[in-house]
Design a protein around this ligand. Structure first.
Ligand code: OTU
Length: 629
């Protein structure tokens, strides 16, 4: 028997006979790439064949444990694999405690999500986290338990069922680069268990760490400098890319991969439909590199994809790789043919370039990012967004800045603009982790504070702040991808400057953009004369217009039209639709006939619901969505 066929028979042995034919077919489709990648990573081990058969047996057990409802969903999605590309897909992201207290509380917010048209809910980490400090849950202490403050595993299962009924897919973080230092694996290792010590990267002295440090990047240069932490319990330097209490997992050990496969499929069986694969860029270490985007990191993701295609094909994988855009096609499996790695990836360059355009009142960098954005073959989509729980990282933009021949100090100027210290700026953010060596790193702040609500003095200031918010969200919604709203942006929630969050902010200023749900604002969402009401209705209008235009689906081509005005972006979708965005405090006059979009017809702005003249005036910071009539 070959390695593949003996693994297949081990898998089938634990599956009910009714699933054999389908499982055999899926295995036949996936096993060539799966086995190729596993062999590349672990094939030199004497026990490889046996290890692989064990792996497939555990995959079979988890497949067998999948509910009838989830299996039916798997089949349905396998038959329409582009289901997540439609213009009716809309994401929303929130911390459970801040959004609704507990997982049960989330069900009470379903009406709000439905009022917006949300079909995809990303709840930030809710698994049992490290006691006390835990990076907002990104230090996981157990993949099998829910954080007790937030509820139980039963609550999670009930929530996913309720969301599914409401047409909303639950997305969960899957933090696979590291675990908390109080995870059982780490504690066992600290207790001297040799098998578990091999789950981590440990060094008895600084020789190897120092060699690596020469080329590694620093994620939190101020709060957590360096990539290694001395552990007294381990009597070793532990690899800790992020905080010292987040221990990187050693994927050269096949057991680690096996554990993560079981954790992922176990969570999928609880009804999680999308996994946000956290920090994917860092999964494999190689000396002499920055430790990111290594081929082996991609192989690990491809293995996870092959396995979900076998045991839970309705599940989507989303790459969280905050890296320069040219690195991103690989996360979709660009070199492997269609559908071989992640379904979704964050478009952080588009996000950062949108903000840069607001600061600079010019769109050359943004246009360059859009032009250089690769077309995604097959069922794959960008995740477009304006803000998230992390900082806006500026350095991802360096390649596009260089290709427009400008690698000067622009990013540093942009970063200063949002740092809340520039008297000429309308923006109320803060700089994140700026270190002397790196003149620019990231920016923190809620969208509304960054676009100018906090510093607004006059009615015009307030009006302009709203227009900037709509400008940026308009781009995320019209670009062609899966847009993700960050909790509170739809009601203009501001920075969390509360006394209660001060301690957290002092350690990590990303807590500035993690405010609590504000019920007073929520109650005001239909008040047309209040900021909350104005913003909420503008969001709803855009979302509604997007839903009716199938030209705004993720897989429809996009193109930039030259406007002759550095501040104005004209993004054309299909032949029928142009999104105009004026990144300037001055009105812009545009001649639509000069756009050469074919026979002149009428253009209708579907946001203001008016026919526009060919000689058109786009107001300061204005957005128009022109539909050919
Ligand atoms: C991710 O982020 C999470 O989104 C952060 O909230 C976590 O702190 C971090 O992982 C550790 O789990 O490296 O590839 O610059 O963009 O830390 C993405 C800040 C990451 C984040 C970065 C990040």
């Amino acid at each position: 028997m070959t390695i593949a066929s003996s693994a297949l028979s081990r898998m089938l042995a634990v599956l009910p006979v009714a699933l054999h034919a389908e499982a055999t077919q899926r295995f036949a489709e996936q096993s060539p790439l799966l086995l190729q990648r596993l062999t590349q990573l672990y094939g030199s081990r004497a026990d490889f064949a046996e290890w692989f058969a064990n792996l497939m047996e555990s995959v079979g057990l988890l497949h067998a444990a999948r509910s009838v409802a989830l299996r039916a969903q798997d089949t349905e999605r396998a038959n329409s694999s582009d289901w997540f590309l439609t213009q009716t897909m809309l994401g929303y992201s929130a911390y459970v405690d801040r959004f609704s207290g507990t997982l049960r509380g989330v069900t009470q917010r379903i009406p709000h999500l439905q009022e917006l048209g949300v079909t995809y809910l990303h709840l930030l980490p809710f698994l049992r986290a490290r006691a006390i400090e835990n990076d907002g849950g990104f230090a996981v202490a157990s993949y099998d338990d829910v954080e007790p403050r937030l509820g139980t595993v039963r609550d999670l299962e009930e929530l996913t069922a309720q969301l599914r009924k409401a047409g909303i897919s639950l997305c969960s973080d899957f933090i696979l680069n590291h675990v908390a230092d109080d995870h059982a694996w780490a504690q066992g290792a600290a207790g001297g268990d040799a098998r578990l010590r091999d789950y981590f990267y440990l060094f008895e002295d600084r020789i190897i760490p120092d060699q690596f440090e020469q080329t590694l990047v620093q994620i939190f240069p101020q709060a957590a400098p360096g990539n290694f932490t001395w552990s007294v319990a381990m009597q070793a330097w532990v690899w800790t890319t992020f905080y010292p209490y987040q221990w990187d997992l050693n994927y050269t050990n096949p057991e680690v991969l096996g554990e993560m496969v079981s954790a992922l499929l176990g969570l999928a069986n609880r009804g999680i439909e999308v996994f946000r694969l956290d920090s994917t860029a860092f999964l494999w270490k190689r000396e002499g590199t920055n430790g990111m985007n290594q081929p082996e990191a991609h192989w690990i993701l491809q293995i996870l994809r092959c396995i979900t295609e076998i045991a839970a094909p309705g599940v989507l994988l989303k790459a969280e790789a905050i890296v320069p855009m040219q690195e991103l096609p690989a996360y979709f499996g660009a070199d492997e043919g269609l559908g071989r790695e992640c379904h979704l990836a964050y478009h952080s360059s588009l996000m950062a370039a949108g903000w840069a355009a607001v600061a600079e009142q010019r769109t050359d960098l943004l246009c360059e990012v859009i032009k250089a954005t690769p077309v995604l073959p097959g069922p794959a989509s960008w995740l477009t967004y304006v803000r998230c729980h992390d900082d806006i990282g500026w350095n991802v933009l360096r390649p596009e800045l260089a290709s427009i021949g400008d690698d000067s100090n622009r990013l540093a100027t942009v970063s200063r603009f949002f740092a809340g210290t520039d008297p000429d700026s309308f923006s109320g953010g803060t700089a994140f982790q700026t270190s002397p060596g790196l003149s620019v790193h990231g920016t923190n702040g809620m969208s509304s504070s960054l676009v100018g609500y906090d510093r607004a003095r006059t009615e015009i200031d307030v009006e302009f702040a709203q227009r900037r918010l709509i400008l940026l969200y308009g781009l995320a919604l019209a670009f062609g991808g899966l847009p993700l709203l960050y909790m509170g942006d739809e009601m203009a929630f501001r920075n969390d400057v509360s006394e209660a969050s001060l301690a957290a902010r002092n350690i990590d200023s990303r807590w500035l953009q993690r405010p609590h749900w504000d019920n007073v604002s929520y109650e005001q969402r239909h008040s047309a004369d209040l900021t909350t009401g104005k913003v909420f209705s503008a969001f709803r209008r855009m979302i509604h217009q997007r839903q009716r235009q199938n030209i705004l689906a993720a897989d429809v081509p996009r193109q930039i039209i030259a406007t002759g005005n550095l501040a104005v972006l004209a993004l054309k979708r299909g032949e029928q639709f142009i999104a105009l965005s004026n990144f300037s405090e001055h009105a812009a006059t545009l001649d639509l006939l000069s756009f050469n979009t074919g026979p002149a017809v009428r253009w209708f702005d579907c946001l203001s619901e008016t026919v526009v003249p060919n000689m058109l005036e786009l107001p300061p910071w204005g957005t128009m969505w022109l539909e050919r009539q």
